[in-house]
Design a protein around this ligand. Structure first.
Ligand SMILES: [Zn+2]
Length: 205
């Protein structure tokens, strides 16, 4: 792509670093910004900078948060003895949208995937095990996507906490095998949380 301006080229190059944005789309977006009032572009760049600088991860559940303890963890209206284990922040959003779950979450930050070099220690698993060891958790709900990596991760955690007094369940498989949680429709996902089944029985299927 030949550019008439180095400044334009630089902006397009930066924009095209984003996933799913090729050079052409980047050019279209940047040209759009040049047509907009300057303030709009400044507001965008300021929002991104502030987010990058100030956003935090909840010290308890690892959800993205503006405060040390996220809104969910600090809410008095949530059941603190039930924790839904999810892969990432988008899954918290997807489950929250269903309004079917009133417990807390634990965001692992990924799944165990030896193929991609992701082991248990690369994820927020230890802090989850510690919560169980503290004895205040009655139920863990595994809500990872139904993939081989998801199953491996569930099983790894299950093995670690097996000796502690905690009930483990897994979301009902209204979620089809291989599906990523965030793409499931709200009703299916909501129902699969409500109809969760004991984790042990999911192992026998
Ligand atoms: Zn939290």
């Amino acid at each position: 792509m030949e550019f008439s301006s180095k400044l334009l080229e630089r902006a397009v190059n930066e924009m095209s670093q984003l996933p799913g944005i090729g050079k052409r789309t980047a050019l279209r977006l940047v040209l759009h910004m040049l047509k907009q009032p300057k303030e709009q572009t400044f507001a965008l760049s300021e929002a991104l900078q502030t987010m990058r600088n100030d956003v935090k991860f909840c010290k308890s559940c690892h959800n993205i948060s503006d405060t040390e303890l996220c809104e969910i963890c600090s809410s008095p209206n949530r059941k603190e003895d039930i924790i839904c284990v999810v892969e990432d922040v988008r899954d918290v959003m997807a489950i929250e949208n269903t309004s079917s779950f009133k417990g807390l979450y634990h965001v692992l930050g990924g799944k165990i995937s030896p193929m991609d070099g992701v082991g248990p220690h690369d994820l927020n698993i230890e802090s989850l095990i510690n919560k169980v060891k503290d004895g205040k958790i009655n139920e863990l709900v595994f809500a990872l996507s139904s993939t081989m990596e998801g199953d491996t991760t569930n099983f790894y955690i299950y093995k670690q906490i097996q000796d502690y007094k905690v009930f483990t369940s897994t979301i009902a498989r209204g979620i089809s095998v291989g599906d990523e949680l965030e793409y499931a429709d709200e009703i299916t996902l909501g129902r699969s949380i409500l109809n969760r089944i004991p984790f042990e029985s999911s192992l026998k299927l």
